[in-house]
Design a protein. Structure first.
Length: 192
């Protein structure tokens, strides 16, 4: 019998395209790990967060860039998402090292990398394209730097994080990655 080797590929094949000075690209070497607060464990997790990332547990709708370059996102009550440069599909082990292991865990960790497709939209057309897709108030005074909101784009659930002046990280369900990308590219084509 022949030997077979499986190679992981980006959900959208590493999509990267420029739209009149606004870049839309898939973030491919990015791990996503959900971290949940155990019952009566908020203080221990908060202390571990400060040690590992230099910040606290973010409020829902807030995020911050940690001292090691990870993006910590307040995703839901008592739950956050940690996004960081890492080989996909193995993020839990990295978070366990930072926050605690099975025999000393201060949180519950769940690999989320395969569940999401992550895109970065960066440039002067980004806000206008997003305004056509979701019901968020994206005005810079309202959707301030590091804001992270769950919303819908077309019929799909999404997470929008403002990471720069005209830069947003967009996360959508990997099972609908093609439709998610299509919605964003069509919106960009309309605002060019």
């Amino acid at each position: 019998m022949g030997k077979f080797t499986l190679t992981a590929l980006p959900v959208l094949g590493g999509f990267d395209q420029d739209y009149n000075g606004t870049r839309l690209r898939e973030l491919v070497d990015l791990a996503a790990v959900a971290v949940s607060v155990p019952m009566d464990g908020a203080n221990a997790l908060a202390q571990a967060m400060k040690t590992a990332f230099g910040g606290d547990i973010p409020a829902v709708g807030q995020s911050y860039l940690s001292k090691d370059g990870s993006r910590i996102v307040g995703f839901a009550p008592d739950q956050m998402m940690v996004l960081f440069d890492h080989a996909p599909h193995s993020g839990v082990a990295a978070i366990e090292q930072k926050l605690g292991t099975e025999h000393g865990a201060v949180g519950y960790y769940v690999e989320q990398t395969n569940n999401w497709v992550t895109l970065e939209l960066d440039g002067p057309l980004a806000r206008a394209a997003l305004e056509r897709l979701c019901a968020l108030n994206l005005h810079p005074d309202s959707f301030v730097m590091d804001r992270a909101e769950r919303t819908t784009m077309e019929h799909m659930g999404a997470l929008v994080i403002r990471t720069g002046e005209d830069r947003f990280v967009l996360m959508g369900p990997s099972s609908m990655a093609g439709s998610f990308l299509h919605a964003i590219t069509v919106s960009l084509e309309y605002v060019i």
